[in-house]
Design a binder for this molecule. Structure first.
Ligand SMILES: Cc1cc2nc3c(=O)[nH]c(=O)nc-3n(C[C@H](O)[C@H](O)[C@H](O)COP(=O)(O)OP(=O)(O)OC[C@H]3O[C@@H](n4cnc5c(N)ncnc54)[C@H](O)[C@@H]3O)c2cc1C
Length: 382
């Protein structure tokens, strides 16, 4: 086994595998450490935004034949419903993490990545120490997820403030009732329902406060109509949890260490942006490593995160302020064309400018109006 490589990647989740594919394709000798055996599963809403699919295509990874495409997003709150599709016929895709990991692993193998089934235990002055020995590497990439140890070892962690939020995911055998990803707001909790196939959905429950299980959250914090829809469906596999979500890094690189994906920081799962950010960062990181310019990567990461993280913070406001949420849902329902353009910013990488100033002013004016009685929506739409 070689004791030296160009890039040692810590973590074989989507961010680590995508980075490995990109660096190996650029001719960098790449070793990836992941202690878990496939199939690699994880708590995730499993909705890949169109921008995530576009980045995967640039990495040469296609997801044809797995999962289920979705055309847009549907928000449900307090009896109100707003739904729209991504602009220009763009599609996202609901894909089980195990299937996504299998495609990424195959592509990494094809690209010549060396996979080592081992846990990295520390950074050393010349590389990494792992549970099978040591490896020297010109660069180390921390792709070890939300609670990244590489982030701490490299002194890149920054304290996060705000209420801790968590997630738990269950898969159910039942036909999706909406072709879109549905986000249902409840009492300090949200459900994120992703169509994964003709007879499979994933339900991610996100919440703040004390840790609770899936069934208790569903029964006590979410609309009864959702529980009724899910009841009687066969549960597939076991529930998986994650959190606390909010994690911050001072920056995405220092010295010869770079962070990618959740290791480089995370705001919340509410807007389903994590995978797109991970893949886009991988595409930005590989050429920076090849050029030996990690400062360029740190700038690119900050730029890539600016819009999605701002949108996620705004969406989080809606979880904390039910009256504002009602107004926002009503405003989006009243203007599906605007909603579609906003989804373009969130999911397809369009710029805020493309939403149009006049439309944004109209939206903000609607938000400022007192919430109308929800007669338009009180048709049991939850
Ligand atoms: C409830 C929930 C719902 C979500 N919904 C969506 C969604 O719908 N769409 C979306 O795009 N994103 C979603 N996300 C976010 C998405 O899951 C993450 O952004 C994504 O998994 C990040 O990938 P990653 O590779 O950075 O981290 P991870 O997937 O966490 O992978 C990290 C890997 O590092 C490995 N590792 C850890 N420590 C070490 C070590 N010391 N040595 C070696 N390996 C190590 C772990 O075993 C793991 O495999 C959701 C997240 C949650 C929690």
């Amino acid at each position: 086994m070689p004791r030296r490589c160009d890039v040692a990647i810590v973590g074989g989740g989507p961010a680590g595998l995508a980075t490995a594919i990109a660096t190996a394709r650029l001719g960098l000798a790449t070793v990836l450490f992941e202690p878990r055996e496939p199939p690699l599963d994880k708590a995730c809403g499993e909705g890949l935004m169109p921008s995530a699919l576009a980045a995967l295509a640039r990495l040469g990874v296609d997801l044809d034949g797995v999962g289920r495409p979705f055309p847009g997003i549907r928000y449900v709150a307090g009896g109100g419903v707003a739904e729209a599709d991504f602009p220009a016929g763009a599609r996202g895709r609901g894909v089980r993490r195990t299937a996504l990991a299998a495609r990424l692993l195959a592509a990494a193998g094809d690209a010549g990545v060396e996979l080592r089934r081992a846990r990295v235990a520390a950074l050393t002055p010349t590389g990494v120490a792992h549970d099978g020995g040591k490896l020297d590497a010109r660069f180390v990439v921390g792709a070890d997820g939300l609670r990244s140890r590489v982030r701490r070892w490299a002194d890149l962690a920054r304290p996060a403030s705000g209420a801790a939020r968590f997630g738990v995911v269950r898969h159910l055998r039942r036909a999706p009732w909406s072709e879109r990803v549905e986000v249902v707001f409840g009492d300090g909790a949200e459900a994120y329902v992703t169509p994964l196939g003709g007879e499979e959905i994933g339900v991610a429950l996100l919440w703040s406060g004390a840790a609770r299980g899936f069934d208790e959250l569903l029964a006590t914090r979410l609309p009864a109509a959702l529980g009724e829809r899910l009841s009687g469906s066969e549960t597939l596999g076991r529930d998986r949890g994650a959190g606390p979500f909010r994690q911050r890094a001072r920056r995405a690189a220092a010295g010869r260490v770079a962070l990618v994906g959740d290791a480089a920081g995370y705001v919340d799962a509410l807007t389903g942006e994590g995978l797109a950010i991970a893949f886009e960062e991988a595409l930005a990181l590989a050429p920076a490593l090849a050029a030996g310019d990690l400062a360029a990567y740190a700038r690119a990461s900050a730029r890539l995160r600016r819009v999605p993280e701002t949108v996620t913070r705004l969406a989080l406001l809606l979880t904390r302020h039910p009256p504002l949420r009602r107004r926002a849902i009503a405003a989006l329902a009243a203007d599906p064309a605007l909603f579609s353009r906003l989804l373009g910013v969130l999911g397809t990488g369009r710029t805020v400018r493309e939403v149009g100033g006049a439309a944004l002013v109209r939206f903000v004016a609607r938000l400022a109006r007192p919430a109308a009685p929800l007669a338009w929506a009180e048709r049991g739409a939850r």
